[in-house]
Design a protein around this ligand. Structure first.
Ligand code: GRF
Length: 196
């Protein structure tokens, strides 16, 4: 399948998908990487792998770019922008997002990146984790595809917790993209079933 990855930052989640396609774990090809941040290191990762890398902030132009590439799956990987209803409707059930918490905790408007881990530590929960979900018109509200938990340690700092969660993000994002490309994800209402 033709994959597009939307980023805003370092692109470590993007790198995971690049590697997964290269070693054939993922039955797909990344056709384009689009960032709303010109400085995103993820654009360099794309270029280093001969993948079309585009800086574009205008969502209408992004939709055009995606249509031109006949994209089957859009992955929001550290994309720090809420996509519009129009965008969601253009690519119904073809957009997935990785979020660094166990949705519906610590998510929604304003909960992204390090802020999530800060809130987790402040609140004092003992278990956090990461979630891959389909994107609907809400913020982090779409049907959950995969979740994996991460224990919060007493001596955790923002950095140590962030690092441990990021590792789990990579793991479940690769798995979710693999399952999507293998057409093993079935959506029934809000529940996602995996057809092994
Ligand atoms: C990270 O904070 C991650 O939790 C979230 O997006 C941020 C950047 O990830 N998903 P990446 O390294 O750009 O993939």
């Amino acid at each position: 399948l033709n994959i597009a990855v939307l980023i805003s930052g370092s692109g470590t989640n993007l790198q995971t998908i690049i590697d997964g396609c290269k070693n054939n774990e993922i039955n797909g090809k990344i056709k384009i990487v689009i960032s709303n941040n010109k400085e995103a290191y993820g654009l360099t990762r794309a270029k280093n792998n001969n993948i079309k890398a585009v800086y574009e902030k205008d969502e209408t132009k992004i939709i055009e770019l995606l249509k031109k590439e006949n994209i089957d799956l859009i992955v929001l990987a550290g994309y720090l922008k809420i996509v519009t209803k129009n965008f969601v409707n253009e690519f119904k059930n073809k957009i997935i997002n990785i979020h660094p918490s166990l949705i519906p905790s610590f998510c929604g408007k304003g909960y992204y990146g390090e802020i999530v881990h800060q809130k987790v530590l402040e609140y004092g929960v003992k278990i956090t984790g990461a979630t891959v979900h389909f994107v609907d018109e809400g913020a982090d509200t779409g049907p959950v595809i995969i979740q994996k938990s991460v224990i919060v340690k007493d001596n955790d700092t923002l950095e140590t917790l962030k690092k441990r969660v990021l590792h789990v993000e990579h793991e479940i994002l690769k798995e979710a993209v693999k399952l999507f490309c293998d057409k093993k994800l079935k959506l029934k209402g809000r529940r996602v079933f995996i057809n092994e």
